[in-house]
Design a binder for this molecule. Structure first.
Ligand code: ASP
Length: 316
């Protein structure tokens, strides 16, 4: 059985080009299951998956849950607000207690960068990062890549413009790393206050001019302002932000013919994207959501034989 080269999926940074291709090819093959009358295969029958969400989530959480159900896994949903985390338990204690119930895979979203890595080190189960703070969101990048590859037939040589609040976005980091690894030309663009000075080290070209980012782009990916992570005012007003960095039909004319528009959601219409653009034929935002289920099915399937490869703790 094909599998990923590591026990956990923690970041795009740790994935090789071959691992990325394997996930995308597997996801492409699994897509078809979601259009069957009976949307279920027995690939994860008898396996237990725990979904551990410490941060709000709509798409990612339901996408993982559907992927797990379509693969016939037994699942346990755990949200921080309804758990002993509110009673002061540490992440590690929570994880060790869950681990004692022998899950095969733990999917975790947490507001702290590195939380999934900590679990991956301490747990026998495979750990999947469903978003850790401002660090990474690897399954989002993989589903974005699947969407682009399915529509464009390749990733190499494409111009991908990622526009918005780059500083606070884990999607911007994971997407930049992935598309750059796969040979695309990645541009990031946003107000200078919202683009880290060293982002070029991830392989991106950086500009604060939206026209330059969009010029000849094959893919225009919009990001929302992550207000919940902004501790100070980074932009004068939402209105001014839209004037400088909002995606309008007019601005899309600068992109390549047949360019597509993407957004990881949740989207703020009228702030970073004009409603007409969000609903246009060239918008593939809902394709991303559909591809998310297939991508997460692929990741879970490719990790399902990996748990238990390493002792959780030294024997006492
Ligand atoms: N849903 C994505 C995330 O969890 C993007 C966003 O929240 O803006 O990072």
């Amino acid at each position: 059985m094909a599998s990923l080269s590591q026990k956990d999926l923690l970041s795009i940074e740790q994935l090789s080009v071959d691992d990325i291709r394997l996930v995308l090819d597997t996801a492409e093959a699994l897509k078809e299951i979601s259009s069957r009358a009976v949307k279920k295969v027995p690939a994860l029958r008898g396996k237990t998956v725990i979904n551990l969400f410490f941060e709000p989530s709509t798409r990612t959480r339901s996408s993982f849950e559907l992927a797990e159900k379509r693969l016939s896994a037994d699942i346990l949903n755990f949200s921080a607000s309804a758990s002993s985390v509110t009673k002061g338990e540490t992440l590690l204690d929570t994880a060790r207690n869950l681990e004692a119930m022998s899950p095969d895979i733990i999917v975790i979203r947490h507001s702290s960068a590195g939380a999934p890595h900590l679990l991956g080190r301490e747990c026998r189960s495979s750990v999947v990062n469903a978003g850790d703070g401002m660090h990474e969101h690897p399954t989002q990048a993989l589903l974005d890549a699947l969407t682009v590859r399915s529509l464009k037939g390749r990733l190499e040589g494409l111009k991908i413009a990622i526009i918005g609040d780059i500083s606070h976005s884990r999607v911007a980091r994971s997407d930049t790393l992935l598309f750059h690894k796969m040979g695309a030309e990645v541009w990031v663009c946003g107000p200078p206050t919202l683009v880290p000075a060293d982002f070029h080290l991830l392989g991106a070209r950086v500009t604060s001019l939206m026209e330059e980012a969009i010029e000849g782009a094959d893919v225009v990916m919009m990001l929302r302002l992550q207000n919940e992570r902004q501790k100070e005012a980074f932009i004068p007003s939402a209105r001014e932000y839209f004037t400088l960095y909002g995606l309008s039909r007019e601005r899309m004319r600068g992109a390549r013919k047949n360019a597509i528009v993407m957004h990881p959601g949740p989207m703020n219409r009228g702030v970073e994207i004009e409603s007409e653009v969000a609903d246009a034929d060239y918008s593939v935002i809902l394709d991303q959501v559909a591809n998310g289920v297939a991508t997460r099915m692929a990741v879970l399937y490719l990790l399902s034989g990996k748990s238990g490869l390493k002792p959780a703790r030294k024997p006492r």
